[in-house]
Ligand binder design. Structure first.
Ligand SMILES: C[S@@+](CC[C@H](N)C(=O)[O-])C[C@H]1O[C@@H](n2cnc3c(N)ncnc32)[C@H](O)[C@@H]1O
Length: 292
């Protein structure tokens, strides 16, 4: 029977030959999954034999991956900000750059924390990645997690239950801020922001993700502009509220213009992601100090 070392090497080669990015890392993740072993063990126990059944399971995973189906969909999970989430083709696979928005929302919430309950809306919640992390790290907050699609909300509901935050995360179905039953202190939104024409040019894995989670209209800012408009036309944001919007760094300037038009008195700033590129637009209705 082959051992772990040779199985990892063979898997790595099979993925690399068809140009799958991060082939070594993915081969290790596949082997960890099939062997039900943590990362440190697959390195420490390289002589462990791999049974015929385990080899068969691995072959099925590799076969699917060679069609460029994302590994997260094949294994049905993805880690985001230290939290393991169920994912399938009804939800976007949470991206590392979105952790910037979670971090900034937490920073602002903790800076302005008072004894009263903070009300947050996560608009376009997908798998629930952002809402669940905010609920875990902000025990006094209540979060409305909104999405427009039932199958997406089913996945979010499962993840919310798995992480025991059902009492503080309320799922709502509808268009952007429309279903909110009360004004909120903070809006966080990772809405679809890809320009429509760019989607077919992206890597094959992206084509497996729901188009409604990707497509932001001709310049990618359709949903973001509508959200800003909804927020300024309605009473859905408190007077000193804050809106955090994830987008592509190239869209920042146009989005900033839209934010200034919707909220002429707000302080509008940008937060960089881990690679130092502006990723989150912050619209602070109460000015520079987070006093919400
Ligand atoms: C880019 S995904 C983000 C998912 C998740 N928040 C994350 O960061 O991983 C955008 C989400 O917005 C949802 N969405 C698209 N249009 C919407 C709308 N008009 N109202 C509410 N949600 C919408 C999509 O279904 C999708 O789940």
């Amino acid at each position: 029977m082959p051992n772990l070392r040779s199985i990892i090497q063979d898997t790595h080669r099979a993925l690399e030959v068809v140009g799958i990015p991060d082939a070594r890392l993915e081969s290790e993740v596949m082997v960890m999954d099939v062997m039900r072993m943590p990362r440190q063990s697959i390195f420490a126990e390289q002589e462990t034999e791999v049974s015929a059944q385990q080899q068969e399971q691995l072959a099925t995973i590799i076969q699917r991956r060679l069609t460029r189906e994302p590994l997260a969909y094949i294994l049905n999970h993805r880690e985001f900000y230290g939290v393991n989430l169920l994912v399938n083709s009804d939800v976007l696979i949470p991206r590392p750059e979105t952790e910037t928005m979670v971090e900034h929302a937490l920073f602002m919430a903790l800076m302005g924390m008072e004894s009263r309950e903070l009300i947050i809306a996560d608009v376009g919640t997908g798998s629930g990645a952002i809402a669940i992390n905010l609920a875990i790290h902000l025990p006094a907050a209540h979060i409305y997690a909104i999405d427009a699609f039932d199958p997406t909300l089913d996945v979010a509901a499962y993840n919310i239950r798995m992480h025991n935050v059902t009492d503080r995360v309320t799922l709502l179905k509808g268009d952007l801020l429309e279903p909110l039953p009360q004004p909120v202190d903070v809006v966080v939104a990772n809405l679809p922001y890809l320009p429509t024409a760019r989607i077919p040019t992206l890597q094959p894995e992206v084509q497996w993700e729901p188009v409604a989670a990707l497509d932001g209209g001709p310049d990618g800012l359709e949903h973001i502009r509508r959200l800003l408009q909804q927020a300024s036309d309605s009473e859905r944001l408190k007077p000193h509220g804050v809106i955090l919007l994830e987008m592509d760094p190239e869209q920042m300037s146009d989005a900033q213009t839209a934010a200034n038009q919707a909220f002429p008195d707000a302080e509008v700033s940008m937060e960089p992601d881990l690679s130092g590129r502006d990723r989150v637009l912050v619209v602070n209705l109460g000015g520079t100090s987070p006093d919400y």
